[in-house]
Design a protein around this ligand. Structure first.
Ligand code: NAD
Length: 337
């Protein structure tokens, strides 16, 4: 089986490439990534010489790049996207071109090449927000209500993926996952930003009152969910993926990180809230549970493991924070085109 993984140099994509190569020794994985600021080939350094792995530097927005990568591909797993909500408020154009147009181009090429599966990685953020202090959860039937430029672009792309299922019989499946954490996440995102700031002796910026609720899933559980839906999911359907029913506020999560890193509340700095900061996410994942999935990694154990990973991979995140990681591509692959 040959997989085309888009965005394989990013956080979840790189964890997924490693996961798939280890689990399926007969399969071949092509990583297609344009290497934006959040794509980092160092994330896959230990497998770069694996004969079952190859990398193509290409842009989803360029049909010629995508067509060239599609040759002989059985399964497309589409992670590539602009992903940082904060950036989307001020650079919506990149989110529209990469996330919407890029997905449409990928669908077009995948349909033309008759892939056996097109799996789209979506997010629970397409459903908007839930009230604090409620027990409501998102389900597959919750109407889309994206409230920022990132989630609007992901929702729009999801509509295009479904349209290609209906019009071109593209054999799609979709997963809408909640927030992920784990190794190789870019230090602009909440958990790695806080860990690396604390390791650098800096303060951690909490938006607003910090009471927004999230449901954190360890990245390997997300990879397992995508794997299962590719193998057992019903074509044309989407599956919500959530954590172990332990919703937690950003402030509570911050206190866990402070404790793990031996710091106290004096390291907290409350900052002006982000506009339209979604209050609460919670996911009903009973549909994927019926396929045989449940999260295996609990928050406390794997948050501690993630803190340890950032402690022992200082070189990695210091290079990312300083921008030096961009030189890695030139070192390994020659000059950027
Ligand atoms: N991180 C989360 O908590 C989370 C939760 C649910 C869903 N998702 C979804 O999972 C996917 C991966 O998220 P992530 O956190 O790993 O993101 P990331 O920002 O770490 O990685 C995104 C990757 O996509 C690549 N990319 C961006 N634009 C591209 C283009 N035009 N052509 C080719 N490659 C391009 C980047 O270079 C990067 O390697 C995204 O689709 C995101 O919406 C993320």
């Amino acid at each position: 089986m040959k997989l085309l993984v888009t965005g394989g140099a990013g956080f979840i994509g790189s964890n997924f490439v490693r996961y798939w190569l280890a689990k399926y020794p007969g399969d071949y994985v092509v990583n297609f990534d344009v290497l934006t600021y959040s794509g980092n080939l160092e994330n896959l350094a230990e497998i770069q010489n694996n004969p079952r792995y190859s990398f193509i530097k290409g842009d989803l927005r360029n049909m010629a790049d995508v067509e060239a990568a599609m040759s002989g591909v059985d399964i497309v797993v589409h992670f590539a996207a602009e992903t940082h909500v904060d950036r989307s408020l001020f650079a919506a154009g990149d989110f529209i071109t990469s996330n919407i147009l890029g997905t449409q181009i990928l669908c077009e090429a995948a349909a033309k090449h008759h892939v056996t599966r097109f799996h789209y990685i979506s997010t629970d953020e397409v459903y908007g927000e839930l009230p604090l202090n409620s027990t409501q959860k998102f389900t597959q039937d919750t109407p889309f209500d994206p409230r920022n430029q990132y989630s609007a672009s992901k929702a729009s792309a999801e509509h295009f993926v479904r349209a290609y299922y209906h019009t071109h019989h593209l054999p799609i499946t979709i997963t809408n996952c909640t927030n992920n954490f784990g190794p190789y996440q870019h230090p602009e995102k909440f958990i790695p930003l806080f860990i690396t700031n604390l390791l650098q002796g800096k303060k951690v910026p909490i938006y607003g009152d910090g009471l927004n609720i999230r449901d954190w899933l360890y990245v390997v559980d997300h990879c397992r969910a995508v794997d299962l839906v590719i193998r057992k999911g019903v074509i044309g359907k989407s599956y919500l993926v959530g954590a172990q029913h332990k919703e937690i506020s950003n402030l509570e999560l911050t206190h866990k990180l402070l404790k793990l890193l031996g710091k106290d509340d004096s390291s907290i700095e409350f900052v002006t809230d982000r506009p339209a900061h979604d209050h609460r996410y919670a996911v009903d994942w009973s549909k994927i549970a019926a396929l045989g999935w449940q999260p295996e990694h609990d928050l406390d154990t794997w948050l501690a493991a993630t803190v340890d990973w950032y402690k022992t991979h200082r070189d990695w995140w210091q290079r990312v924070k300083s921008g030096d990681y961009l030189k890695y591509y030139d070192r390994v692959y020659g000059h950027r085109s």
